[in-house]
Design a protein around this ligand. Structure first.
Ligand code: PLP
Length: 407
């Protein structure tokens, strides 16, 4: 029997068909290269990538500073475990505390893990509230249409049939209020409630921002009832809205923040920041992860922060997003049969369509623009933070051309 490796090259599409779990409805596109705002497929076609790998590639693809930082760190020390210190993790924690306020940071590998940490924090806080008794105070109030990830904690905080179906029973203790309706959250709070957890801007749920009044109301409610205010900034954080965190627009501070995606600029990393008041709830042994906060992951995240700061990307997003949003809003006027409305903030925008977004997204792809779907018939645009005004204008041109072809 010949045991030499197979010499026949099989296409990625065939290999996916044969070997990869079928848990995604993937576009029939094999991407091979990226540079800045563009990616190329294996046929040589170029696309304007306004998915940013689902809000991950904050600096676009292969930013030279990021590539150099990762390359250099990979040759020095990649992984050492959390049983030892590493200076990149220490420095990244310091810089995130600078953005978040006095407190401490836990590092993990993804958004779901960051939110698991938030949920565990809620439970520890609840136990303290119940005089040290476990299982008395553990409820977390979340929002309808939320998306907090695919782990059991995250999924249980995600009241969507398509996410939970087949996996019940869920983790107990999650109740759901109506986003931007403070009264609906208030009525769900009782003695067994430990925390409130919301996305500052719901992404997967259809691009629904929390209003400033709602966030301020949640802050007051949490202060009054001794609850933790936990914000999931996994998708909307790390500069996407023109502030480092989206909640900054509302002028409030949460008790803890979950972040991931853009933080690593393409390298997997997640983090939870916890304010001073609650940071001591975690003690040695109460939580952990083998991979969280490796020297390599933290080098990638430090490079993202460097570029955000050096290239003044927060100011850039703020300035460029205004005219882009205005021109996207005109779509609702010019294509009333297709577009119901446009909403979002900064570089996180949803175009609500009259029907299923899949065909629109294919039409955009055919014209060289990659976009995403979100719940509620939404076409979602998540440009990298480095996208120029010309790139944004090009996206509008492509959208107009695709929508015109369908009228
Ligand atoms: N929270 C929000 C708001 C998200 O958008 C996502 C992913 O889309 C997650 C959590 C889960 O993150 P991950 O896929 O990295 O686990």
């Amino acid at each position: 029997m010949d045991d030499s490796p197979a010499l026949i090259r099989t296409s990625a599409a065939e290999l996916y068909d044969a070997y990869v779990l079928k848990n995604y409805a993937r576009a029939s596109l094999t991407l091979v290269r990226g540079s800045g705002v563009h990616v190329w497929d294996d046929q040589g076609n170029r696309y304007l990538d306004f998915t940013s790998g689902v809000a991950v590639s904050a600096l676009g693809h292969c930013h030279p500073h990021w590539v150099e930082a990762v390359r250099q760190q990979a040759g020095e020390l990649i992984h050492a475990s959390n049983l030892f210190r590493n200076s990149n993790q220490a420095e990244l924690a310091r810089r995130l505390v600078g953005y978040s306020g006095s407190g401490r940071v836990f590092f993990c590998n993804s958004g779901a893990e960051a939110n698991e940490a938030l949920i565990k924090l809620a439970r520890l806080h609840g136990m303290g509230k119940a005089g040290g008794e476990e299982g008395k105070c553990y409820k977390v109030v979340c929002a309808n249409q939320a998306f907090h990830g695919r782990t059991f904690g995250g999924m249980s905080a995600t009241p969507q049939e398509k996410i939970q179906h087949g996996f019940r029973p869920m983790t107990p203790g999650f109740v759901f209020g109506e986003l931007n309706n403070l009264a609906s959250f208030e009525t769900l709070v009782d003695d067994g409630t430990a925390a409130i957890l919301v996305e500052t801007i719901q992404g997967e749920g259809g691009v629904h921002p929390c209003t400033a009044e709602f966030l301020a109301g949640l802050r007051r409610l949490c202060d009054r009832k001794n609850l933790l205010l936990l914000l999931d900034e996994v998708q909307c954080g790390v500069g996407r809205t023109g502030r480092f965190y989206a909640f900054e627009h509302a002028g409030i501070r949460p008790d803890a923040i979950g972040m991931a995606k853009g933080l690593g600029g393409g390298f997997p990393i997640g983090a939870m920041w916890v304010g001073e008041r609650s940071a001591e709830l975690f003690q040695p042994g109460s939580h952990g992860t083998t991979f969280g906060g490796t020297p390599l992951a933290c080098a990638a995240a430090l490079a993202v922060l460097d570029v955000i700061e050096k290239e003044k990307l927060l100011a850039h997003v703020t300035a460029a997003a205004g005219p882009w949003f205005e021109s996207l809003k005109r779509l609702a006027v010019d294509f009333p049969a297709h577009v119901r409305g446009v909403r979002g903030r900064g570089f996180l925008v949803g175009i609500e369509m009259a029907g299923e977004p899949a065909a629109y997204i294919s039409a955009l792809r055919e014209r060289g623009l990659l976009a995403l779907a979100a719940s509620g018939n939404v076409v979602r645009l998540l440009p990298p933070l480095i996208a120029s005004s010309a790139d944004l204008a090009m996206s509008v041109e492509i959208v107009r051309s695709a929508f015109s072809a369908r009228t």
